[in-house]
Structures are given as C-alpha cells and as structure tokens.
Design a binder for this molecule. Structure first.
Ligand code: 2RA
Length: 358
C-alpha cells in the first residue's frame, strides 16, 4: 500500500512551500496526504494535487496510520510532538532545531549523506532532522567538493534573508522599506532608525535585534549564545561537522541579516587536504544535478537572491583560488531558504524513505 504522508505545520510559511512542492511534483509516492496544524488552523481547506484537504488538529490520534510525518513547527512543538508521532509508528522528518545535534538522530542532506537513511538502525528514535537553512544553503556545494578534495577548514560569512525569521520577518522588512523609501535616507547616522520609529514601527518589536533592516545589514542572527557568538553561527559550525562527518572540522562563521525577502547567500572560504583548481571545482559543481553554476564574473554572471529566489537548486558563482591560502577556494552561493533551505530538503528526505515503506 502506498504510504501515508503527514505535514505538521501545514499552514505556516514553510508548510505552504511544502504543499507547493508536493503540487509541483509530476508524481508522488503517497497514498493519503494528511495536513495537520494547531487548533487555530484546524478546519481550513487547502487544495493538494487537485483535491481539497481539511486541516486536522495536532493530536496524538492525528498520527494514526501515518508512515512519514514532516514537521515544520517551532522547536518546542517538535520536541513535544515528534516523539509522540514516532511512538504512533510514523518516521518523523523534522525541520526544527530540537533534534539536530542528538546523536541518535541523523542530520540529512540527501546529496551528501543519504546513506544515513538506508538503515533504520541509524534513526533509533524514528526521527530524522533537517539542517538549519543557513547550513543547508551551502551544503550541496560543500559536500560535492569534500568528496573530491577533502575539506579541512571552513570560513563563512552569511547574508541571510528576512524570511529566515518567518512571515513576521517578511512583514517587518516590507513595512520598514515603506517607511524609508523615497526620503533620501541612509547618509546620516540614525536617520533610518528615526524614520522607522516615526512610522510607528517599534524597534523593541523587530525580529532583527532592535535594529532597522531596511537600508541596513545586521550582524546578529538567532540568539546570543555567549562569548560573542550567535546561534546561527554555532549551527553552521556544529551542523556542517555532523553532516559532513568531520567532527573536528575547523569552522568559523559570521552570520548577517540583509534586506532581502527570501534566499540566503554565503561567501565561503574552504580549505582542502588535496590540491584544488577552479577548473576542477567547476567540473564537480557541473556534475551535481542540484547545483547551477553561474560563474562568469567578467560577463556579470553570478548568483544573486533577486535572480534565483523560488528555485530549487543551489546556485554557485565567483569561484576563485584564494591568493594567499594553499588548497583553498573562495566562492559565493545562493539558496532559497524556504525551499532547499527548509521545505524541499525535508520533502526530499521523505521521498527517499517512501520506497522502503510501500
Ligand atoms: C534564519 N536560519 O535565517 C534561520 C531560520 N531557520 O533566521
């Protein structure tokens, strides 16, 4: 019998993209598709592959008969409900941060470590975690290079979109842009901040660290974790090590929020044990189906969020050999943080599991 797929958090920003992805597939391996959300959203009608589905409330019984449950809900909801779903027999693919660093939960990017899915003994809790969107946005590219040249060091600067902070982040950016547009602001310290506040947009309420995001960049992403590090930076380090299977990989990240709606970008400085050339890296990127190489800097060809948002691949450009660092490449990647960075990777994991359940 074709497996039953549940989508928990079906009405959220990422849940909506998951439904788009399911609707966009030529074929799906699922029998029933069940939409689950909070009591507030239960009863909503959402079309999936041409059939109206009624959203059901998140209860233990909602998981009865479910083979795979994709979760896109806040950490605390996943922490409580993913084990309940697993107890009821579902394999959970969880997009929250609740289980990513749990030793008994694999952290999977299918292009890099799909082998983790081959054996049920690899996920004894019945839970598989999806990485954070910042890590995910570069992982297809890094994994491909690592296979060929063996990664030893990674230095990363991120340029993260407002939608990483959810619908509230998007709404906030649009409101701020409206408050500052057409006023010739940005040439005097504090004028952007003053205009945002004058428009009634309290900076105490912004998801961007009490700082305007419009006409600005904000070097604070996630929560402060001590010693100057923010949670997004530690996630890049810890998750990259776990996904690539290099527990002692040397990693340093600086994560920055930029006034982009959707699509995270990263400037990557990666050092390898083996000699690497731009030509060889191009070959590796071209050979990977989920990577699009956009690398003709002289001709103005490189990825930008505005040009690639909504796409499934990881877009790579500006590949160059670091001038002063042996065996080191610098390059720039863009990835839609709601698609490959969240919904798509989760769905790809579910798709890979499906044949084992039929
Ligand atoms: C962000 N990476 O961009 C986070 C979302 N999970 O804020």
């Amino acid at each position: 019998m074709a497996p039953t797929l549940a989508l928990v958090g079906a009405t959220g920003a990422v849940g909506t993209v998951m439904i788009d992805i399911i609707n966009g597939r030529d074929t799906v391996p699922w029998g029933e598709i069940r939409l689950i959300a909070s009591a507030r959203s239960a009863g909503k009608r959402i079309p999936v592959r041409g059939t109206e589905h009624t959203v059901v409330e998140l209860t233990p019984e909602a998981f009865d008969g479910v083979d795979i449950a994709m979760f896109d809900v806040p950490d605390e909801i996943s922490a409580e409900w993913a084990p309940i779903a697993a107890e009821r027999g579902a394999i959970v693919v969880d997009n929250s941060g609740a289980f990513r660093m749990d030793d008994q939960v694999p952290l999977v990017v299918p292009e890099v470590n799909a082998n983790q899915l081959a054996d049920r003994a690899n996920f004894p809790k019945g839970i598989i975690a999806n990485p954070n969107c910042t890590t995910l946005s570069m992982m297809a590219a890094l994994g491909a290079l690592h296979r060929e040249f063996q990664l030893t060091e990674l230095v990363v600067a991120s340029y993260q979109a407002a939608s990483g902070a959810g619908q509230g982040g998007i709404d906030r950016l649009y409101a701020e842009l409206e408050a500052v547009a057409g006023k010739g602001l940005g040439a005097r310290a504090g004028d952007v901040r003053a205009a945002v506040e004058a428009a009634g947009l309290s900076l105490a309420d912004t998801p961007f660290a009490g700082t305007p995001l419009a006409l600005n960049v904000v070097p604070s992403a996630g929560s402060h974790k001590g010693d100057g590090w923010f949670s997004e930076e530690l996630k890049v380090r810890n998750e990259s090590r776990k996904i690539l299977g290099i527990p002692d990989l040397r990693v340093s990240a600086t994560c920055v929020r930029v006034p982009v709606v959707t699509t995270h970008s990263l400037a990557v400085h990666a050092t390898f044990a083996r000699e690497v050339t731009v030509e060889a890296a191009h070959k590796v990127f071209t050979a990977q189906a989920s990577i699009v190489l956009m690398d003709d800097p002289e001709g103005g060809v490189f990825p930008t969020p505005a040009d690639v948002v909504g796409g499934d691949p990881t877009y790579v450009g500006r590949v160059r050999q670091a001038l002063d660092f042996p065996n080191t490449l610098d390059f720039f990647v863009c990835g839609d943080n709601l698609r490959k960075g969240a919904a798509l990777n989760t769905y790809e994991v579910a798709e890979q599991l499906a044949p084992r359940l039929s």
